[in-house]
Design a protein around this ligand. Structure first.
Ligand code: DI6
Ligand code: FE
Length: 413
């Protein structure tokens, strides 16, 4: 695949005839200079100096900030459609994992794949998300589970950022599953977590490959004590933490993560009120992942009403991964967050913009349209912002401006 983000046209100039979500009847213009948003407002109040700029006709499009997909496992080898079939025949996710499938099946395929192969398959998947207006994305490791293979995944994530001109936040998820070579050893889990904390994380952080650290805290993965050991190692290196928390059971992971000022706790179907209170105190974002909920045919809903009542910011993401959420549409997650989790449409849109940015520590640069930020915005062929949640299975994108360039759409020519 040849990609030449550098050759995309500049978005500099005056963008006219746009509408903001939920503000019917108002028109807005945006001025972009050197790839940065310089001014936003009603065309009537625009300073005269801007009127001579090259104009990009918005054609009455709806405009939103670029979308942010704040939880993905985008880089891996192979696929696991066979497990889909096993689950259709009645096996649970935990039973599939215990039968040698699950995460370790992707670990085998990821270890076998070269860096170029991983780059090529992940590029293909990334294109799908970018074509829907994603401008920033988190990519986790966690399918290597050995230094060289975790490094390979994270290097691919960095390379994707450069090649596609997209903001990528990398998250080290070495504590995703017990690697096969440690399973069955007397102190396998303890030894592996020691390796993660004492060797893998420090080495990868020193190579500049790690923006945050995550753990799968679950009865089929790592305990609360092991999770805390990883958090301490992250803290010692000054790295922010995130957590796969309370997906299948209430382990108390969210409260622990909040004590370490976690950026986010993700999944949280089984989150308790104590966990919610701790997250509110710490300003931790709740990341909702309806794709995994749907794929696993989960019946335990995340405690949306209690999160809303507590004022915990809620983000929405794909959790793209080959096991439990093989989805490549963030807009479909917006729809499902409303349909399955009963978010309001504005909540779901905030969930893939402003709150998703915060879940990645990117709130100063992404997730809102504001002066002084890199130009990342999407023009939609929609009348009403509620249509962002209402349609599913189509991409109503007209134009994507990413990192100050016209990355996609009708304003390209
Ligand atoms: N939770 C998830 O949803 C994914 N990882 C995790 O910790 C599932 C990963 C997989 O099944 O490959
Ligand atoms: Fe995940």
């Amino acid at each position: 695949m040849t990609i030449s983000f550098d050759s995309y046209p500049s978005a500099d100039g005056l963008w006219t005839d746009l509408r903001l979500p939920f503000q019917p009847g108002t028109s807005v213009a945006i001025v972009v200079e050197h790839g940065i948003v310089r001014w936003i407002g009603s065309p009537d109040s625009m300073p005269k100096d801007f009127s001579g700029l090259p104009t990009h006709e918005g054609g009455d499009a709806l405009v939103t900030p670029g979308l942010v997909d704040c939880h993905t496992h985008l880089v891996y080898g192979g696929q696991r459609a066979n497990e889909f079939a096993m689950r259709l025949a009645g096996a649970s996710y935990e039973e599939v994992a215990k039968a040698g499938g699950g995460i370790v099946a992707s670990v085998r395929a990821t270890r076998e794949a070269s860096e170029d192969e991983l780059f090529s398959s992940a590029s293909h998947r990334l294109q799908s998300l970018l074509s829907e207006g994603v401008c920033a994305i988190e990519i986790k490791s966690g399918y290597g589970l050995a230094l060289e293979h975790e490094r390979k995944q994270l290097r691919v994530a960095r390379r994707l950022a450069r090649a596609h001109g997209v903001t990528v936040r990398t998250t080290f998820l070495g504590a995703h599953a017990l690697p096969p070579e440690y399973a069955g050893r007397p102190h396998g889990s303890r030894d592996y977590i020691d390796l993660v904390c004492n060797e893998m994380l420090p080495a990868l952080a020193a190579e500049g490959l790690v923006d945050a650290v995550d753990v799968f805290c679950e009865r089929i993965a790592f305990s609360l004590a092991e999770t805390e050991q990883v958090f301490k190692a992250a803290q010692a290196l000054g790295l922010p933490i995130k957590l796969h928390a309370e997906q299948l059971s209430d382990m108390g992971g969210a409260a622990l993560a909040a004590r370490y000022d976690a950026l986010s706790c993700d999944h949280i179907e089984h989150l308790s009120q104590a966990g919610i209170d701790a997250m509110r105190e710490a300003g931790t974002v709740a990341v909702l992942l309806p794709g995994a909920f749907y794929t696993l045919r989960d019946t335990q809903l995340p405690p949306i009403a209690a999160l809303r009542a507590a004022g915990v910011p809620m983000a929405v993401s794909t959790d793209h991964n080959p096991g439990t959420s093989p989805v490549l549409s963030l807009l479909l997650m917006v729809n499902m967050a409303c349909t399955l989790f009963r978010l309001t449409v504005p909540e779901a849109i905030d969930g893939v913009t402003v709150h998703a940015a915060r879940a990645l520590g990117l709130q100063e640069t992404h997730g809102t349209l504001a002066v002084g930020r890199p130009a990342n915005f999407v023009l939609w062929d929609l009348q009403d912002a509620a249509e962002l949640a209402y349609w599913f299975g189509q991409r109503p994108v007209r134009t994507v401006v990413r990192q100050g360039k016209i990355a996609l759409g009708s304003n390209r020519t």
